[in-house]
Design a protein around this ligand. Sequence first.
Ligand code: ATP
Ligand code: MG
Length: 399
Amino acid sequence: MEDKKKSEYMPNEIILLKLGETALKGQNKRSFENRLMHSIRTRLGSENFKVYAMQSTIYVEPKKESDLDEAMEKLKKLFGVVYLMKAAVCPKDENEIAKTAIAYLGDELKKAESFAVKCKRADKSFHLNSPELSSFVGGEILKSGVCRKVSLTEPDFSVELEIRDRAAFVHSAPIKGAGGLPVGTAGAAISLLSGGIDSPVSSYMMAKRGLKIIPLHFFSFPYTSEMAKEKVIRLAEIVAEYSDSKELLIVPFTKIQEAIKLKTPDAFGTILTRRFMMRIAERVAFMYKAKGIVTGENLGQVASQTLEAMAAIQEVIKMPVLQPLCGMDKAEIVATAREIGSFETSILPYEDCCTVFTPKKPKTRPRLGEVRDAEAPLLDQMEELINEAIKNIERVRLK
Ligand code: ATP
Ligand code: MG
């Protein structure tokens, strides 16, 4: 209600966002809305748009001439939104509403075989009820000739009206939003981002459940090139379009990988590498007040992805490890990667550090005892190696 006073000026066109699970969350509703609004302002620039919430709807109102289609593209990636739409704003008067509908949606109505008018009244004091307003506006559209047939059951095109506190809104059928929960409402996690197909998808999936994602990459220069690093930065930027991540953490990993290669049996290379990754990720998580670790691990895809290997990898830390891809087929992962726009970048050919050091005959079902034995020659160096890697983390700001 207090928002009502915010503006006397109403632009002609505005974006409306409808909230999903968010709106159901009782007391949390306000804080969820606030997070969403913060995220919208960061994405679109608060100098360009005014953003406020009323009646379970978020209004995104241009302050000046702005590209609403571009804004829509960014908002389609906003978790916590179920539907979104561009709408024309007009006074709460049936003649004005009909005129606006014909002017604003006329081009699309002309292409349609048939149409229907749907109406929602948040303002119950409006003098016509929903069926009366719908049939009035439908009649005016027919008279205007932009579309000549009404079909209430299977309309080609739908004209939707909303009568709200401040104004009436006219729009066509809403577009599906990204769903999920607003980023940050579930806390933060470190997400291990390699250059592959899987980890951008796992990062995206956990951001969708409300986790703030802090991407972290292990980089083994010169075994992996600057090009490989650029590729991971690009992948982090693609994920950030959904997760609002501000920076990518790059951990120098060469010394650790060389020590593993030199001092431990080849067959355990991958598992021991992963154990170091986990230890480092957990410590970085503490530094960033994050409470979980996300990886793109899948069951049965490669040698390190058996329950035995996972047990050996995860025994070195206490923090929960989230592996959202575990139940997915590769084809499903690829489909999601395409959908979020990471696939083309992921398949660029630069090696990631693990392919360079991949064992010839990896141990697939290791026993914990043999893993610990294999790691023993590194114990005296372990603290130093880990501390040095963490001290030299590079922070790359994401665009
Ligand atoms: P991806 O496609 O994500 O590389 P993958 O199927 O190739 O996954 P692995 O290479 O076995 O699987 O890696 C499993 C997970 O370990 C990755 O999804 C990622 O979360 C993490 N990981 C692997 N290598 C790195 C790295 N260099 N930096 C950060 N995380 C990594
Ligand atoms: Mg990989």
